[in-house]
Design a protein around this ligand. Structure first.
Ligand SMILES: [Zn+2]
Length: 328
């Protein structure tokens, strides 16, 4: 089967254990709303980056995207600026231009210096499909500076509020939603909560919370903000939320089930291809050594998520209706 074979052609991805079932492949009009390109041949990494990833050029991304799509042409994609490029969006914008040239539906989430960037540059980005900016406050073991985070959110929101359809994508540890609840409620732009809003499955929670992962700090705030339409939650990066590789991250099921039941119109899906590694593992990393990507069975994740969201209607919203409302 062509789809299964394409998954194995990626030399940095373990041979996929699961042959994708057509029902769990991306339907027509679907979005993969979180992918990256790493290509040092078209733009340099920042010298102060935390790690150097393997290469993941655009043609490999397109091949991956086709391999998980029910129809061979592929889905819409949202390119997210990855951290090794810091705020240099050269590669992101070149890829968006190339995707436009290929008549592929593609959008981007950029990282910018919100103090310094010119409005004309933001408008150029918009024309190429950029629809938001990314803030990463995933703390890598350090505390999260809540006043600093709120100040960054407000500054970023003020810079992009006039741009049609722009959002802020935010990756924070889950508990942070309790601390920024009121601030997010009054922001003039919506937020995309990255990677399940930083929530964790039982395998990454202490023994008391593992019994009831829905009680973990921040979860209630995350759901309430989504109910107020202030927040969109990205069902992505399950391997960041769970250490339970052998069950294909089954302990994220209660979180995904609950989100899909409580806020079915506020969830979108992303593969997080090419599946970069874990920040905490790279503190003394050698920038001269390319860090391998994780081995992820994307087909198995898609099958699980399809089952967990609880029905065809919720799957359609997650994959197609919600992202197409968000990215226009
Ligand atoms: Zn990512």
């Amino acid at each position: 089967m062509a789809a299964a074979h394409a998954l194995t052609s990626d030399t940095h991805t373990r041979v996929a254990a699961t042959v994708p079932k057509p029902a769990s492949l991306l339907p027509r009009g679907a979005f993969d709303s979180h992918v990256h390109v790493f290509d040092p041949t078209i733009g340099p990494y920042a010298s102060n980056r935390a790690y150097t990833p393997e290469d993941a050029p655009l043609d490999r991304l397109i091949a991956f995207n086709k391999s998980i799509s029910k129809y061979g042409t592929g889905s819409s994609i949202v390119l997210v600026q990855p951290s090794p490029y810091k705020s240099d969006c050269t590669v992101l914008l070149k890829c968006l231009q190339e995707l436009q040239n290929q008549k592929r539906a593609a959008y981007g989430i950029a990282v910018v210096d919100v103090q310094a960037i010119q409005d004309t540059e933001l408008e150029r980005m918009h024309k190429l499909g950029v629809r938001g900016i990314r803030l990463n406050f995933q703390a890598d073991g350090k505390g999260v500076d809540i006043p600093g985070l709120m100040a960054s959110l407000r500054t970023a929101a003020a810079r992009i509020a006039h741009l049609p359809g722009w959002i802020i994508q935010l990756f924070v540890p889950g508990f942070v939603w309790d601390n920024i609840f009121d601030g997010v409620r009054t922001l003039p732009v919506p937020i995309i909560a990255d990677h399940l809003g930083g929530m964790r499955g039982a395998s990454k929670l202490g023994p008391d919370l593992a019994e009831n992962p829905l009680q973990q700090p921040g979860f209630n705030s995350l759901v309430r903000l989504a109910q107020m339409s202030k927040l969109i939650i990205k069902v992505s990066g399950l391997y960041r939320a769970s250490g339970s590789t052998e069950t294909c991250y089954h302990d994220t099921r209660p979180i995904i089930e609950t989100l899909s039941r409580e806020v079915p119109d506020q969830c979108i899906w992303g593969s997080d291809w090419p599946h970069t590694g874990e920040g905490k593992d790279r503190v003394n990393g050698d920038l001269g050594v390319k860090e391998p990507f994780r081995s992820i069975d994307d087909a198995a994740i898609l099958e699980n998520v399809r089952e967990w969201v609880g029905g065809e209607g919720a799957w359609q919203k997650l994959m197609t209706d919600n992202p197409s409302r968000l990215f226009q």
